[in-house]
Design a protein around this ligand. Sequence first.
Ligand code: TXA
Ligand code: MG
Length: 333
Amino acid sequence: MTKRKIIYKSCSVNSSIHHAAQALKAGGTVVFPTETVYGLGALALAPEAVARIFEIKRRPRFNPLIVHLPAREWLEQVAQGIPAQAYSLAERFWPGPLTLVLPKKKNISGIVTGGLETVAVRMPAHPLAQELLREVGEPIAAPSANRFTRISPTAVEHARAQLGSEVDVYLDGGPCRLGIESTIVGWVNGKACLLRRGALAVEDIEAITGTLLEAPQSARPLAPGGLPRHYAPQTPLIFSSEPVDFESNRRVALLTFSPEEKEEGGYAEHRYLSKTGDMRQAAAALFATLQELEAQDFDLIVARPLPAHGLGLAINDRLRRAGHTETDLALPV
Ligand code: TXA
Ligand code: MG
């Protein structure tokens, strides 16, 4: 296994995919792009390779990983007792930003599932991820390619800045199109539940499943997507629609949905997520904007909520967890 760190710049060079696939097959780790965020991958069916992911992320072992499938046909190789609704969702939204939590088969080791009897699966839509999966020919377990609780990477440099030379290969597929993680759905007593808001709007899923239940606490693993503090920049962040008082010598950045939400009050900088107030654009810009703000050494970031529908709910969820105040921390899903 080579320890050389390699960054490939082009999606079209087959040899880079081939090299990344070789690294995976040899038990190594690869950072690769998906349409949501970059993933830190290892062979899902190789427990020792998966263990490296936890070491590199500094992630507690009880946090389960998402298994990325090369094709729909793999669903039945890794999961069983699959509800009809799950097939309908996979049919409609795969490849895409939807993760399904299903009873696992024996070949999926407990290290992948954090000891749970269920496995989270999805088929990513990014062409590079798909090529990699095809070349490897088996599922790849991959969490987002950030260190535990930090900002998820939507560009390969963000991943590299956090994970450095511990990863064997970095595949560069440019900025992620969607920019926030997949939506996660599971089933409790036969009823579809929302386990994490994400890039696929809940309304789109509900068109197939009917109203999603909020997952009961017991069905939710203690995992990053469910932790109150996550996606966090190192700069303190307040997520609130209330006015925020700060001393005039403080450098404070204001983060809003669109340019229209400019505010008085001595902000050193006003950043917005979408020039035109477009939710998709805002989602795609979210983590990169947080990375940039973090790099600018502000004393504080004040983030304002987006309209509470569609992707706005998923973005608000990330901003809330990036925040520091006590009241902001007590939030489900
Ligand atoms: O878009 C995404 O989902 C990205 C890309 C790389 O695919 N991946 C991602 O993985 O966000 P990660 O590890 O950062 O988040 C995975 C989340 C966990 O926080 C956990 O909430 C949930 O998936 N999860 C995984 N396995 C589960 C299980 N068996 N039951 C319930 N939730 C599970
Ligand atoms: Mg993550």
